[in-house]
Design a protein around this ligand. Structure first.
Ligand code: PLP
Length: 339
């Protein structure tokens, strides 16, 4: 039975302005062949097919972030990420759709290659600034300086932090948790479930965890890091969850039942891992579903390894959240996948 606090939080969530960008609900697909291979009752939640700009998890965050930017009178969206950032690509698509300009401040040396997400950034008309191999603090300072410059020219830019990992962005996955829970309940009835998700900035996981705290506290989570060490990712999940909770008038959610692992990052962020490639092939060949090498392939490799070791602390059905990212696979030749 939801407490008054939870009821008030749900009301607050539905009152927060949100610009619709996603055709909801996204499908929850049964994955019987992959599930049988892993010994799991497995579903894939298809947030790779959120639609606009070739889709992905960032659109649910951008629904809230865009509404706030429009209310502030923005004419330009800015954001940052790696050269193959899905978040940058979707920010560019969202800006195009909303009739705003977009400037992307990407980490890495300048390149003329417009492949994968960079190709899409260009299609959506974003201006790309390569910032060199520098820290995100430095890139944030560059965005702030550029915002100020535009401001002096009578423009209004909104700089979206890395991965849309703000309290407001995190709310996108609070609402998504409810959608997943309703879909799983329709398939399997009431009962606990396990959610598996890739962790970049941790805000997607944080939103889901906050949603579970509201509606289904027995839910277990496996968060597979694509980049950071577990302790840093856990701290970021906590920070995003606390920021989201504050907007809803809720206490910071407990991370009991949340397993965060950095064992599947492989050679490093955005560098393919052997087990990630194997998981991409298995998923493609059992379910016809395309994962990416940076996030979802590694997340699936975590689920495969943990399921094989019998150490996945699952309860009930397992939902693998497909967060998108497929444009990145077109940056390399099929030989990278052993074909
Ligand atoms: C395809 C994909 N999956 C997962 C993530 C991780 O999401 P988050 O940054 O919210 O942890 C990202 C972005 O970082 C992404 O682009």
């Amino acid at each position: 039975v939801p407490s008054d606090l939870n009821r008030a939080a749900v009301e607050r969530l539905s009152a927060i302005p949100r610009t619709p960008l996603v055709a909801l609900p996204t499908p929850l697909d049964a994955a019987p062949r992959l599930g049988a291979a892993l010994g799991l009752d497995l579903f894939i939640k298809r947030d790779d097919v959120t639609g606009l700009g070739l889709g992905g998890n960032k659109l649910r965050k951008l629904e809230f972030i865009l509404a706030e930017a429009l209310a502030a009178g923005a004419d330009t969206l800015m954001t940052t990420g790696g050269a193959q950032s899905n978040h940058a690509r979707l920010t560019a698509a969202v800006a195009a759709r909303a009739g705003l300009s977009c400037e992307l401040f990407l980490k890495g040396e300048p390149t003329n290659a417009r492949i994968g997400n960079l190709l899409l950034d260009t299609l959506f008309g974003a201006e790309i600034h390569f910032c060199g191999v520098v820290g995100y603090d430095e890139i944030d300072a560059r965005m702030a300086a550029r915002s100020e410059e535009l401001g002096k020219a009578g423009r209004k830019a909104v700089a979206i932090p890395l991965g849309g990992a703000t309290g407001l962005g995190t709310l996108g996955y609070v609402a998504a948790f409810r959608e997943i829970m309703d879909q799983v309940t329709a398939e399997r009835g009431d009962g606990p479930m396990t959610v598996v998700v890739a962790g970049g900035t941790g805000s997607t996981a944080a939103g889901l965890i906050l949603g579970a705290a509201l509606w289904a506290p027995m839910t277990r989570f496996l968060v597979v890091s694509a980049s950071w060490k577990s302790d840093i990712l856990t701290a970021e999940i906590r920070r995003c969850a606390a920021a989201g909770a504050a907007l809803l008038g809720l206490p910071e959610p407990s991370l009991k039942g949340v397993q965060v692992t950095d064992a599947f990052v492989g050679p490093g962020y955005a560098q393919p891992s052997d087990s990630g490639i194997a998981a991409i092939l298995t998923t493609a060949r059992t379910e016809g579903v395309v994962l990416d090498t940076t996030y979802t392939g590694k997340a699936m490799s975590g689920l495969v390894a943990i399921a094989a070791a019998g150490s996945v602390e699952t309860c009930g059905p397992v939902v693998f959240l497909h967060t998108g990212g497929a444009p990145e696979i077109f940056t390399r030749d099929g030989a990278a996948y052993g074909s």
